[in-house]
Ligand binder design. Structure first.
Ligand SMILES: Nc1ncnc2c1ncn2[C@@H]1O[C@H](COP(=O)(O)OP(=O)(O)OP(=O)(O)O)[C@@H](O)[C@H]1O
Ligand SMILES: [Mg+2]
Length: 473
């Protein structure tokens, strides 16, 4: 480069294989200020954005890039994994790229030998990140963002180390009226439609489906139904027909995590399942009676006793100075014994009630393992649904009376994620639909486990004492 001393570097040849096709290939050639790769699940959108970000960092010394998602927790499980496993493994191995875990002054980032950096951030904790300037930004799963987030990101693009500045993003489609689709339709954001044929993992160059393609596309995506299938198999921006909670608006009802004051009442709500998800929700109720879903277990193929242990591990912690012994957290009984011995303590208030779906055997098992009684949920469907609908309405004070926090699950169920099914309650709600949208009597019995719990929770608080607690002999 002119004006700079030439350095002799002897390096072994480095080989990285990546062949982008279709929309992914066009992304590499495009310099639009805002560009979105939209398409069904698994077409290679994220990989393409990350490969482009890496290439820009290698080719332009001192370039600053930013990879963001709505929350930091969701980013660590997605973009970071693809980046390290598929995009830069060779560069990490030979020392060209190093990960820096972040400090009080600087956020987590990848650092390149040429002075380029790629910062990682969740918009839930972004103040440090948003006070800096970048050359390119990649926003992953951009439908999760609010339009205000997007606009704030565009103002950060003026570092000037690359000849153009770009906000690139990828997403699966959502409803047609989503701000991001509107922005694309109005031409403010350029959209590239990505399809499965673009991904060499699933299609050969001549258009034949690979074995992995048969497994994923036919084995998983073709089995989806309704709007999920239209969006995740075919990449269409479609509305769900007959949505039950049409008041649900993620910009209003899905909120960033905050530490719940310890004075607020807690409730646990359980829906049993093995092949379908078992759901155990933890709710807080503020002094005005508003309900907040702040944590949950949402998991298939585990036994009730394992869930009992998991929740007890989540709600308790070691007393200062105590250490784990072999038997301490293996079972719920072990956790309870450690609590009784004063070695573990509750980290949040004990629940005022544990409200359960009716399965008698599972309820008995859960009671035995938790060492506490449970009560049966108020199961009548239509008044329960109406009670939830009315809580979702924004009240006179500008707030709804029920919200869900982001990232309620400590671990996303890998089987649900793989099958592109909901992995937490918030992901169920937009697809919680009537089984017959003309009659509007009952919800479709599909991906309804968390939504059922929401209904039980609200019914418990708003519909009186639930079913009579009388045993009929
Ligand atoms: N050009 C390519 N060559 C080889 N493998 C690829 C290519 N593009 C993507 N893949 C692989 O295909 C898989 C899916 O890719 P990716 O995660 O980028 O898809 P996506 O479109 O972002 O999916 P989703 O919509 O689910 O987020 C990943 O394992 C990725 O590494
Ligand atoms: Mg992706």
């Amino acid at each position: 480069m002119a004006g700079q001393p030439r350095r002799r570097v002897t390096t072994a040849e480095l080989v990285h294989r990546y062949e982008p096709r279709g929309a992914c290939k066009r992304l590499f050639e495009d310099r639009s200020p805002e560009i979105l790769l939209s398409g069904p699940a698994g077409t290679g959108k994220s990989r393409a954005c990350l490969e482009k970000g890496n290439l820009l960092s290698l080719l332009n010394p001192r370039a600053r890039g930013l990879i963001v998602r709505k929350t930091l927790a969701s980013l660590s499980g997605s973009a970071v994994v693809t980046f390290e496993k598929a995009v830069v493994p060779e560069l990490i191995a030979n020392g060209t790229v190093a990960y820096f875990g972040g400090s009080a002054r600087e956020p987590a980032q990848y650092r390149y030998g040429n002075g380029s950096t790629i910062t990682l951030a969740g918009l839930d904790r972004a103040s440090k990140v948003m006070s800096t300037e970048y050359d390119w930004i990649y926003a992953q799963e951009a439908i999760e963002l609010a339009e205000g987030d997007w606009e704030a990101l565009t103002t950060r693009l003026r570092n000037g180390a690359i000849s153009f500045q770009q906000l690139m993003a990828d997403t699966n489609p959502d409803i047609p009226t989503h701000w991001l689709n509107v922005r694309c339709n109005e031409g403010q954001t350029k959209v590239l439609e990505s399809r499965h044929e673009d991904n060499p993992l699933y299609f050969d160059a001549d258009g034949t489906m690979t074995a992995a393609g048969h497994d994923y596309i036919e084995g998983k995506l073709d089995r989806l139904t309704g709007p999920r299938k239209a969006r995740l198999r075919h990449g269409q921006w479609v509305a769900a027909e007959g949505v039950i909670y049409d008041e649900w608006d993620p910009a209003v009802h899905l909120v960033d995590r905050f530490w719940v004051p310890k004075e607020w009442d807690r409730w646990w709500v359980v829906d049993f399942g093995f092949n379908h998800p078992f759901v155990l929700q933890r709710w807080a109720e503020d002094p005005d009676g508003r309900l907040y879903l702040y944590a949950e277990i949402y998991r298939t193929k585990r036994l009730v006793e394992d869930h009992a242990r998991d929740v007890m591990v989540q709600v308790t912690g070691w007393v200062k100075g105590e250490q784990r012994r072999e038997e301490d957290t293996e079972t719920a009984a072990g956790v309870l014994a450690a609590v009784a011995a004063g070695r573990r303590e509750w980290r949040e208030p004990e629940p005022r009630g544990v409200i359960c779906d009716h399965d008698a055997e599972d309820r008995a098992t859960l009671e035995r393992h938790l060492g506490r009684s449970t009560s049966p949920a108020h199961k009548s469907v239509s008044d329960g649904l109406q009670a939830v609908q009315s809580r979702l309405k924004v009240a006179g004070d500008g707030r709804p009376r029920l919200v869900i926090m982001r990232d309620t699950v400590a671990e996303r169920d890998p089987d649900q994620v793989e099958a592109k099914l909901p992995a937490c309650t918030a992901e169920e709600i937009p697809g919680y639909v009537w089984s017959n949208s003309k009659v509007k009597e009952a919800p479709l019995k599909e991906s309804d486990d968390g939504a059922d719990c929401v209904r039980y929770m609200v019914a418990e608080r708003d519909l009186g004492a639930g079913e009579p607690r009388v045993r009929w002999l």
